[in-house]
Design a protein around this ligand. Structure first.
Ligand code: NAD
Ligand code: AKB
Length: 313
């Protein structure tokens, strides 16, 4: 059977790039883009205007296109969620339930739902944070991701729902804008390095965080979704590691390409969120179970970001 894939939240930072990859893998006629609004990124795909909180609307879209797989990307990210905690909890949890229930009722057969390094909290070991460790998230975003992970595992155990998940680090790409996270500075810095030659950072210079270049994140996403089911031994969510750096280090790397680039610091509420997260991640289980390897280090990512942004600016 040909897979028919629905991407919910397709117009966001990840969806924009994931759609391109899914089009390559499945053919664009088999990939449906759903979001609150249409976007130029959907030029090659059928578009459905859909609020994931509308359970009946979601069911109708799934039936109309005979969807069998859903990638659920609609969520409020860490910084935006802190401004509207109750709505963040509603969107991040009810959206997930609406999709998991379609799989529980065997209307669809596979679900991808991303978690985040935000599931960890201030009491988690900061360096090489293991898959299994203390998890006491202090943000509403992290609480919703941790609860989501528990529900994914529950639906797998109780209802045999084939749900797969990754705890993404902060993602960096040149094709799309970030959507309200704490790690967004690591995208903004490239745009402003090129447009202004300087960047004012909202995190302090030694805020070390786990990050990843988008091509690695997209590869991990399709790899875990296409791995044989028996290789996916963790049904909550997998740790995933790419690069770890702080604002001073990425600024230094950018200076190698733009010698006059300067960075300054004007710290805001996102510092507290960042301080609660790990500095680096141990992703041994992803490597062992489904063969994950990242390809980009800080230098390769910086070169590729600047090369591509220069072409489109
Ligand atoms: P984003 O904010 O860039 O995109 C989210 C998309 O969902 C937007 O296009 C938005 O319009 C859409 N959306 C919002 N509410 C909706 C609703 N009710 N119904 C339908 N669509 C709705 O987010 P992203 O960065 O692409 O992240 C996608 C997922 O990956 C989220 O679950 C996020 O928590 C997770 N994640 C992202 C990162 C990252 O660095 N980008 C890191 C860890 C986890
Ligand atoms: C955010 O900063 O909220 C996201 C994430 C790490 O989940 N980029």
């Amino acid at each position: 059977m040909t897979d028919k894939v629905l991407v919910i939240g397709a117009g966001g930072q990840i969806g924009t790039e994931l759609l391109e990859k899914l089009n390559e893998l499945h053919g664009s006629s088999n990939v449906i883009a759903a979001d609150l609004n249409n976007s130029p990124a959907f030029a090659n795909n059928a578009f459905e205007k859909l609020d994931v909180l509308d359970k009946e609307g979601l069911f109708n879209v799934v039936k109309k296109h005979q969807i069998n797989q859903i990638y659920l990307l609609a969520a409020l990210l860490s910084a935006t969620a802190e401004k509207n905690p109750l709505f963040a909890w509603k969107l991040n949890m009810d959206g997930l339930f609406n999709v998991l229930d379609l799989a529980k009722e065997k209307i669809i057969d596979k679900v991808y739902w991303p978690s985040s390094i935000a599931v960890f909290g201030p009491t988690t070991p900061k360096e090489n944070t293991p898959q299994y460790t203390v998890m006491e998230p202090s943000t509403v975003y992290g609480i919703s991701k941790q609860a989501g992970e528990r529900w994914c595992e529950y639906y797998f155990n109780k209802y045999n729902v084939d749900v797969r998940s990754i705890r993404y680090p902060g993602l960096i790409g040149w094709k799309s804008a970030p959507g309200g996270g704490t790690t967004d500075y690591a995208v903004h810095i490239f745009h402003e390095a090129l447009s202004k030659g300087s960047y004012e950072c909202f995190l302090s210079e030694h805020t070390h965080l786990p990050m990843m270049y988008m091509p690695d994140a997209i590869k991990a996403t399709v790899d875990i979704m296409h791995a044989p089911a028996d290789q996916i031994k963790i049904r909550s969510s997998y740790n995933l590691a790419g690069i770890s750096f702080d604002p001073a280090e990425i600024a230094q790397e950018i200076k190698k390409h733009i010698p006059g680039f300067t960075i300054s610091y004007n710290i805001d509420f996102r510092q507290q969120i960042a301080d609660s997260w790990p500095k680096s991640i141990d992703d041994s289980e992803s490597q062992q179970h489904w063969g994950w390897r990242s390809a980009y280090d800080l230098s390769a990512m910086t070169g590729d970001m600047l090369l591509n942004l220069r072409k489109i600016k």
